[in-house]
Design a protein around this ligand. Structure first.
Ligand SMILES: C[S@@+](CC[C@H](N)C(=O)[O-])C[C@H]1O[C@@H](n2cnc3c(N)ncnc32)[C@H](O)[C@@H]1O
Length: 211
């Protein structure tokens, strides 16, 4: 059973995140939506990453106007909201498989000229169009492995990958040619709140293809 202190603290953290959401998107982006694509696509449900977690995971991200960022499995757009709150000047793309969730992300981001929401499967894009990739565990492990293989086949330039909630599948990147681990840390209690119900882990990578 969940420790009651963790449960209350996590609830407060979620309420604060909902307030942050409303300021930028006019709605609460934090409501979980189960996925109908688990069996067909190895997809996880639409769970939004906590703002304090994003601040920690992307603490070294200093976006420049000519960067191109993509949230792979963007859900309702929490990561995009985080970047916009921080005046991100670069192009921001979100791709989302679940049409009902993608339409939420598209509806509130449509007023931002530097944001594009693509409804569809992340396996259908060319990642040479981006240099900063973000994932909040959108895929189960077997699908994640296939996705990494796709990146390695496609990429002709250096990318950075922020992989939040990496403890099930992040090992696949360990010791793989071209992948350099920049940081890997646990994340649980941030800013005085239990931002997750149980400890999580994230990693930050650079991939340099061997052309
Ligand atoms: C855990 S949520 C993360 C949402 C958002 N990135 C965030 O951090 O707040 C993962 C999302 O990835 C989406 N997803 C899973 N597989 C996908 C795929 N193959 N292509 C595009 N989106 C996918 C799911 O529908 C879900 O909305």
């Amino acid at each position: 059973m969940l420790n009651p202190i963790v449960a209350i603290s996590n609830k407060l953290s979620c309420m604060l995140d909902a307030g942050r959401d409303k300021k930028i998107s006019g709605r609460n982006l934090g409501v979980f939506v189960p996925t109908p694509f688990a069996k067909s696509h190895g997809a996880t449900g639409s769970q939004s990453a906590p703002y304090l977690g994003l601040a920690k995971v992307m603490e070294d991200f200093d976006p420049k106007p000519d960067d191109s960022f993509i949230d792979i499995g963007c859900g309702k757009g929490r990561v995009i909201a985080y970047l916009l709150r921080n005046n991100c000047p670069c192009k921001i793309t979100g791709i989302e498989l679940n049409p009902s969730v993608a339409s939420v992300a598209r509806s509130w981001t449509s007023r931002f000229k530097n944001v594009e929401i693509v409804e569809g499967d992340a396996f259908g894009l060319d990642y040479n169009d981006y240099n900063v990739l973000f994932m909040y565990r959108p895929m189960e492990t077997d699908t994640f492995k296939l996705f990494v293989n796709l990146l390695e086949m496609q990429l002709t330039h250096k990318i950075k990958l922020y992989y939040y909630v990496d403890h099930q599948s992040g090992y696949y990147l360990n010791d793989r040619p071209g992948w350099n681990l920049i940081r890997r840390e646990d994340i649980y209690r941030e800013g005085g709140y239990y931002i997750h119900k149980e400890p999580q882990r994230f990693s930050v990578w650079e991939y340099l293809p061997d052309n």
